[in-house]
Design a protein around this ligand. Structure first.
Ligand code: T5A
Length: 217
């Protein structure tokens, strides 16, 4: 069986990851591709519990090291119980955030050492890396305003604007480092235009897969 593709969606708060995840899922299904949609932190019972602890705004102060290790603990569960089995069965995995978020939030936002993140990435993931990452990028104030319209803020959303500026910079650096894998999508345009840009990228990926059907829209 041919291994599935691993696609991740990344970007700062409120840039439209969840909205576009649903769109990409529909797009892939229209092309008869079996898709597993998941998210980080989360994706398994235990990893969702860790997510709850990480996002809880009323928890005791979480140390930066604890936060980093919790992200990778959740990821280890997620890879073993969801991502790897799905890919091995030939399903495509569509994941709302993955390790680029760790480089951006814990590396850029919290200023944790990049070499430590890379060490954990290798330990937890082995050779697993996304085949494609869509990085939705928008000025911080736009994303934060969209996210905050929903009401209560989680532990990350309560950070200062400078934190999110650092997160954005770190994401853009990741895109510079991995131009083959990470495709930058301008997210501060009308949703229809964002989705047009996404379709362009997805079309190329599907077109490059010899087993995929034709009739691309
Ligand atoms: N985290 C995660 C780490 O610190 N390290 C890690 O390693 C990982 C994996 C998870 C938190 O964990 C942190 C980062 C995060 O803070 P989350 O819920 O996954 O939290 O992430 P959020 O960014 O908080 O998710 P949001 O739901 O806030 O943002 P989305 O998904 O990017 O945005 P979405 O799709 O919900 O859209 C927000 C609003 O904007 C509208 C939508 O309709 C919606 O109302 N919208 C648009 N409006 C106008 N034009 C467009 N183009 C629009 N696109 C969307």
């Amino acid at each position: 069986m041919m291994r599935g593709k691993f696609i991740t969606l990344e970007g700062g708060e409120g840039v439209g990851k969840t909205t576009n995840l649903a769109f990409i899922k529909d797009y892939l299904q229209q092309h008869d591709i079996a898709v597993v949609v998941t998210r980080e932190p989360g994706g398994t019972k235990l990893a969702e519990k860790i997510r709850h602890l990480l996002l809880d705004n009323n928890s005791e102060a979480i140390s930066e090291t604890a936060e980093l290790l919790m992200m990778f603990a959740a990821r280890a569960q997620h890879i073993k119980h969801v991502i790897e089995p799905a890919l091995a069965h030939g399903h495509w995995v569509l994941c709302d955030r993955f390790t680029d978020a760790t480089y951006a939030y814990q590396g850029g936002g919290r200023n944790m050492k990049i070499s430590t993140i890379t060490w954990l990435e290798n330990l937890v993931q082995g050779s697993l890396r996304p085949d494609l990452t869509l990085l939705l990028d928008a000025p911080v104030d736009i994303g934060i305003a969209r996210a905050r319209e929903r009401g209560a803020f989680d532990r990350f959303e309560s950070e200062k604007i400078s934190f999110f500026e650092n997160v954005r910079r770190a994401y853009l650096l990741q895109a510079e480092l991995y131009p083959g894998r990470i495709k930058l999508i301008k997210a501060n345009q009308p949703l229809i235009d964002v989705q047009r840009s996404i379709v362009e990228v997805m079309r190329t990926l599907i077109g490059n897969c010899s087993v995929m059907p034709g009739n691309l829209k």
